[in-house]
Design a protein. Structure first.
Length: 147
């Protein structure tokens, strides 16, 4: 009888332990972030920090290695397209957006679209993606990692 009780108690303990939620921290790579398969949040445009309003989504891009896919959000519309990398940090974007009409954040959207169309090289510095047109800094994106 005692053995059955101990076995039952052990079974419940194991069941309770297996149901406990594990709090995993997001995987944050050491060193420079990877260009592809990283969520890049717009951090700076025109030399000014970009703040995301509490009720809004981040402006971001994500470059996916498969077929050089580009996806993101401009603050109003979704972005889809392609990217191609060349030697010595050369990059080219071809992007199109959905056509939602928005009253807010249109300046951010237009800037992001212009930056992507003019960017011809990039640099990754730690967790920041810097997009340039020759030597002119267009925008800075920050790597974000989630669970």
């Amino acid at each position: 009888m005692i053995q059955r009780l101990l076995l039952l108690l052990l079974s419940f303990s194991l069941l309770a332990a297996s149901c406990r939620s594990s709090k995993k921290k997001p995987h944050v790579p050491k060193g420079d972030a990877e260009l592809t398969n990283t969520y890049w949040r717009l951090a700076e445009m025109n030399g000014k920090a970009v703040e995301t309003p509490a009720d809004a989504r981040d402006v971001f891009i994500r470059l996916i290695t498969r077929r050089g896919k580009l996806e993101g959000f401009t603050g109003c519309n979704m972005i889809e397209g392609t990217h191609s990398e060349g030697r010595k940090g050369a990059i080219e974007f071809k992007a199109m957006t959905t056509l939602m009409a928005c009253e807010e954040r249109t300046d951010v959207e237009q800037y992001v679209l212009r930056a992507l169309s003019k960017a011809n090289r990039y640099l990754i510095n730690d967790k920041h993606l810097l997009l340039y047109n020759d030597n002119y800094l267009l925008a800075i994106f920050e790597a974000r990692y989630y669970k």
